[in-house]
Design a protein around this ligand. Structure first.
Ligand code: ACO
Length: 336
């Protein structure tokens, strides 16, 4: 074991805000188009585009795992932020598709990045995972427990999809997005809002795991099951509510938001939220067509794409929001 880095933060009461200072994203090379899926399940390119907005999704190759995607995204975010491995004092990976039961994907990633000693753990809130992880990092920084956090959403969701089930297989893809969050003397992450209601677990779940129905896992039958239209209705209603909650907490109006960076499940859900915000779709970062739903990776991937394509600029006010299995939902208001 290598010597621990000196990761204990220095106390600096002027730096009790957190700010996103770099982003990165990674998508596996292999692309599966709607036409490809037409050959394997009873679906059509037209149905998928009209009902979801999805045109293609990236799927990890055999042997390419969640930590591989996470590492690629993390290295890009660190490069963009101009930070070295030695600067990182907290690693949080949001994932539903960890490589192993344990250690956590965050610990596997920590070793890959040659970082030693700092806390590293996974967060599981399915498609809301990245917002949960960002909120946790924000609180670590605001309580002066971290100065420089690496926050990642990474998924190989394709591994928990039944590729013969047209209700789910057309929707999801693989990928990873990462951000570096640093302590700052002015507010970057303005507020975060997290919620869950486990009563809705059965509407969107993988009903097998280590301690329950493990045979399904062993036989490679641990798949996503979803009551699509129920999830759709709840997502639209809940995301509308969290927009109001977030703005009220900050004393802001709809018009104060420059960019909506939502979880990328379905263009129709994005459009409904934009309508609620009285925001044109041109102000909604939309990667649904090219990425599909990459669960916890979708928000940081969309954020990275929008920053690298100069859509989002320094000083912009961003509303990040997600909804997913659990149900879980949450938002982050960010001054970039
Ligand atoms: N191709 C063709 N037909 C299909 C397909 C397909 N891929 N999938 C379903 N259909 C059929 C259904 O069988 C049904 O046929 P029927 O009327 O003969 O029974 C018909 O299309 C309509 O099905 P619905 O489920 O009512 O279609 P809907 O318009 O609701 O769209 C969709 C389905 C796209 C899944 C939508 O409900 C949705 O996006 N739901 C939300 C998903 C989401 O937001 N998830 C968020 C979190 S994900 C996470 O946390 C892991």
């Amino acid at each position: 074991m290598q010597a621990e880095q000196n990761w204990l933060p220095r106390c600096d009461p002027l730096s009790l805000y957190s700010r996103i200072v770099g982003t990165g994203g990674y998508l596996p090379e292999n692309i599966v188009t709607n036409s490809d899926l037409e050959k394997t399940v009873n679906t059509s390119d037209t149905w998928i585009r009209e009902r979801t907005g999805i045109e293609q999704r990236h799927i990890a190759a055999d042997g390419e795992n969640t930590v591989d995607l996470a590492e690629n995204a993390a290295r890009k975010a660190m490069q963009a932020a101009g930070v070295l491995a030695a600067d990182i004092d907290l690693i949080i990976v949001a994932t539903t598709t960890a490589d192993q039961v344990f250690p956590s994907t965050a610990c596997l990633l920590q070793s890959r990045l040659d970082i030693h000693g700092c806390p590293a753990f996974d967060v599981q809130a399915v498609c809301t995972g990245f917002v949960y992880a960002l909120a946790v990092a924000d609180k670590f920084i605001k309580t002066d427990t971290s100065k420089c956090a690496l926050v990642i959403g990474a998924e190989t969701f394709s591994r928990i999809i039944d590729w013969s089930d047209r209700n789910t297989c057309v929707l999801f893809g693989d990928g990873a997005g990462a951000v570096v969050v640093k302590a700052d003397s002015s507010p970057g992450i303005l507020s975060t809002h997290l919620h869950a209601d486990g009563d809705y677990a059965n509407l969107l779940h993988v009903p097998s795991g280590v301690s329950s129905n493990y045979a399904a896992v062993q036989q490679g039958r641990a798949f996503v099951e979803m009551s699509g239209s129920d999830v759709f209705k709840m997502a639209v209603k809940t995301l509308g509510r969290i927009v109001d909650e977030t703005l009220q907490a900050n004393g802001l109006e709809y018009s104060d938001i420059d960019w909506l960076v939502p979880h990328q499940a379905n263009t129709r859900i994005l459009a409904a939220t934009a309508k609620k915000l009285k925001m044109p779709m041109s102000k909604v970062i939309n990667t649904v067509a090219k990425h599909g739903n990459t669960s916890a990776a979708s928000i940081p991937l969309a954020l990275d794409l929008a920053i690298r394509s100069n859509q989002i600029k320094a000083g912009d006010t961003l509303l990040l929001e997600g909804f997913g299995g659990g149900f879980t939902w949450g938002s982050a208001l960010v001054n970039y």
